[in-house]
Ligand binder design. Sequence first.
Ligand SMILES: Nc1ncnc2c1ncn2[C@@H]1O[C@H](COP(=O)(O)OP(=O)(O)OP(=O)(O)O)[C@@H](O)[C@H]1O
Length: 248
Amino acid sequence: MTNRPLLSVDGVTVDFDGFKALNSFSFILNSGETRVVIGPNGAGKSTLCDTIIGRVRPAEGHIYFEDVEITKMAEQDIVRQGICRKFQAPGVLPELTVSQNLELAAQRQYQWWKSLRQGVSAETRTIVEDMLERIELTHRKDEPAGLLSHGEKQWLEIGMVISTGAKLLLLDEPTAGMGPAETRRTAELIKSLGDSQTVLVIDHDMSFVEQLNASVTVMHQGKFLFQGDIEAVRQDENVAAVYLGKSA
Ligand SMILES: Nc1ncnc2c1ncn2[C@@H]1O[C@H](COP(=O)(O)OP(=O)(O)OP(=O)(O)O)[C@@H](O)[C@H]1O
């Protein structure tokens, strides 16, 4: 991990008809780090992701990605800067095979009919084969993605997000609906990235957060509350009062 900021969120406020889902929220993500954002329901975690990716526009504040201001950029231009987001629900194309889904992501080609027509380069094939092994889906690569289990679809989509080669991966509850074994393997997959990609993870599952062994940012009512490792988070009285005391 370097200490070079990749993403800077600076005093961002998101106002939904007078309700501040983000309230002067600031934080910095360094290149190569994995950061987990936690906080009680309604803390503003998904709104933070929506705002970074350009789906929600802040009323105040600025967002910089690699020194480029992206606050007012169109969503597709923000993606082109090198940010890729995975939503809570799997977003795979069910009628295409597992391999084809990964090929689309690796080619950063979302008009899948074009991609299928153009064929797949040797480089893409290598990326896809490597990812199939890492997400343990090689044996199902030629099956339609719609036939995968929920956990397998989640993995496929995490694999797709990684395969885009985006510099910043936003993973919104990647373990939603997974059991303990699947959750463990998801943590291993994210950890295996090392500092090759920067990852921002939102999750409620404290055992997953612990397994990731990453720095944690705690949000509450749209504001920054605390940052530290999981032990420091557990010991902080303010965090305990608003979050861990209730749900961990
Ligand atoms: N489009 C919207 N219009 C009005 N209010 C919204 C909108 N989107 C989110 N909110 C409100 O903003 C607050 C923050 O929501 P957000 O989904 O960001 O929280 P969260 O921390 O991700 O919560 P959860 O853990 O439950 O997913 C909530 O009170 C929510 O009801």
